[in-house]
Design a binder for this molecule. Structure first.
Ligand code: COA
Length: 218
């Protein structure tokens, strides 16, 4: 389900009611501070550990089927780190507690779209991490000139439906499956400044945790 690269055409796609619904600003105090870092191919071991830690129900919600360990490993190995973007949230032990995969598709003569897939380990849920990862993904798309964000999830996935609706996505329910679509606003100087701040926060957090994690010489 999450690998679909179709380009559904949505009639009457709407802009989010307010830009701030999807795009956080560093001076927006109501947002929880979640240090989000871009994840490169060098973090594959942490990505394997993150996805393999998902239980059966979470695998079903994330991948649309109860993916086996082998299927999960194949999925991670298929991620194109050059074309796509992967964002992660590390805990103090440098484990990935949350991962967002933004799969970018550009068809000839058509605009580009970014499909959002996300998972947060159970201990990290309900703290706004999933929402912030969606906002980070929308910021990424905006600053790369990608016109739309898409998302597919099971209709029973109340947490994901909440994220989509709050972001102002146009939600299309088709039985047990739901597709959501959001036109991303044009980039601006401020959106690039926001992204710079987000990247710096994520990198600083990672470097501090790396320092804490390394054993100190006796
Ligand atoms: C979906 C998921 C990413 C949400 O992550 P999260 O960090 O808990 O999300 P947030 O804290 O930002 O909460 C998002 C919304 O879900 C609600 N929520 C969080 N945990 C919930 C739970 N256990 N049950 C019901 N609602 C829940 C929040 O209240 C919030 O609702 P609101 O928008 O009305 O305020 C996470 O539950 C998960 O990884 N699920 C398994 C994988 C999955 O479903 N992936 C999505 C497929 S694309």
């Amino acid at each position: 389900m999450m690998t679909s690269r179709d380009f559904p055409s949505f009639e009457g796609a709407v802009q989010p009611r307010h830009e701030l619904d999807v795009l956080p600003y560093f001076n927006r105090r109501s947002q929880p501070v979640v240090p989000i870092r871009s994840i490169g191919v060098e973090h594959k071991p942490e990505l394997f550990a993150h996805f393999l830690a998902l239980g059966e129900e979470d695998r079903y919600l994330r991948f649309g089927s109860v993916a086996s360990d082998a299927q999960i490993c194949a999925y991670v190995n298929r991620i194109d780190f050059e074309r796509d973007e992967v964002f992660g949230v590390f805990n103090r032990k440098l484990e990935l507690v949350a991962v967002a995969h933004i799969a970018v598709s550009c068809a000839p003569e058509k605009s580009c779209q970014a499909e959002f897939g996300v998972s947060v380990l159970p201990a990290g849920r309900g703290k706004g991490i999933g929402t912030r990862l969606f906002q980070r993904a929308a910021m990424f798309a905006r600053n790369r000139g990608i016109q739309a964000m898409t998302m597919q999830c099971l209709t029973q996935n109340t947490a994901m439906m909440g994220i989509a609706r709050r972001a102002g996505m146009e939600v299309h329910v088709a039985g047990s499956e739901t597709e959501a679509y959001l036109e991303v606003p044009h980039q601006s100087l401020l959106s690039h400044l926001d992204e710079w701040v987000e990247n710096a926060t994520g990198q600083l957090d990672f470097v501090i945790k790396l320092g804490l994690h390394r054993p100190h010489p006796a």
